[in-house]
Design a protein around this ligand. Structure first.
Ligand code: SAM
Length: 286
């Protein structure tokens, strides 16, 4: 099957199979070969790598991945795309297609079965409606991950990479940065997709830390604290944590902890680093 990374061949396939885009599945297919090459380069795929692709669509990026990687497993929710993928990927012996919802798939079991538990590289042009659950699911499950190289909405990429003091900094930044080092690789314009999305896109690479950069005694509590801190981002940290009502910790205790850490009592959550959130969490909940 000829390379699909251009508008004419993509349109031909869609016509041949009378495929209709499903908005609810976030279907915007890549039609720019230059961008496809750049994604595979950014993901640093080599012939020893096992790649998990989420949402292969008609198989455009899968073709590029299959050429570069040792093995590719592509998980696609839309069953109408499966016969298309079987056709467009027929020449590749190293590709497995799974018709499943990625959020329901046991990816750790898949990695064990297909790759002997060795680490996996995830590469995807993600369906934007479930970007955060997919990423957090990958980090929080016990999937042996090396890196995640994904196309996401530009604003989401900015939020993942943002640091303290930036307007984009928030719970997503901290959740991602607890597990991985984020790096925005490049931006992609709506014209590189069929149909065109209404938003700009970016490719971001998240390289998984071997060890989390901060040590936290109660991870669940730290993330509850972070969510509460950003729940009312214009309020002081003390007020946000007390008002959230989810932490069962008194105003006095929070004030005491901030004083112990020499932090101003009027500080807002958006000024705190991941290390400071970890320390507050460890001091409150040990
Ligand atoms: N990779 C293709 C490309 O770049 O041209 C298609 C990318 S498109 C943005 C997202 C793909 O994810 C679609 O094929 C869509 O059907 C699929 N998808 C949406 N939700 C999914 C889910 N929960 N699990 C697996 N695939 C999903």
């Amino acid at each position: 099957m000829a390379n699909l990374g251009n508008p004419t061949r993509t349109a031909d396939i869609l016509k041949k199979y009378q495929f209709h885009f499903q908005k609810r599945y976030g279907q915007n297919f890549l039609i720019d070969s230059h961008i496809l090459e750049k994604i595979v380069q950014a993901a640093e795929i080599g012939s020893e790598d096992f790649v998990l692709e989420i949402g292969p669509g008609i198989g455009t990026m899968t073709q590029y991945l299959a050429e570069a990687a040792g093995w590719v497993t592509a998980v696609e929710i839309d069953k109408a795309l499966i016969p298309i993928l079987q056709d467009t990927l027929a020449v590749y012996q190293n590709v497995t297609i799974i018709n499943q919802d990625i959020l329901k798939l046991d990816i750790a079991a898949l990695a064990r079965e297909k790759n002997g538990g060795k680490s996996v590289k995830v590469v995807a042009n993600l369906p934007y409606y479930i970007t955060t659950p997919i990423i957090m699911g990958l980090f929080e499950s016990h999937v042996p991950l090396q890196s995640i190289t994904i196309m996401v909405q530009k604003e989401v990429a900015d939020r993942m990479q943002a640091g303290p003091g930036s307007k984009d900094y928030g719970a997503l930044s901290l959740a991602v940065q607890y597990y991985a080092k984020p790096e925005i690789m490049f931006f992609v314009s709506p014209g590189c997709f069929m149909p065109r999305p209404n938003v700009g896109s970016a490719v971001i690479r998240l390289v998984r830390y071997e060890e989390n950069p901060v040590s936290v005694m109660n991870q669940e509590f730290m993330f509850a604290l972070i969510r509460a801190a950003f729940g009312q981002r214009r309020k002081t940290l003390v007020n946000s944590l007390v008002n959230a009502g989810t932490l069962q910790v008194t105003r006095d205790r929070i004030v005491q902890v901030l004083k112990e850490m020499n932090l101003d009592l009027s500080i807002r959550g958006e000024a705190l680093t991941l290390g400071q959130f970890a320390e507050i969490s460890n001091r409150i909940c040990f």
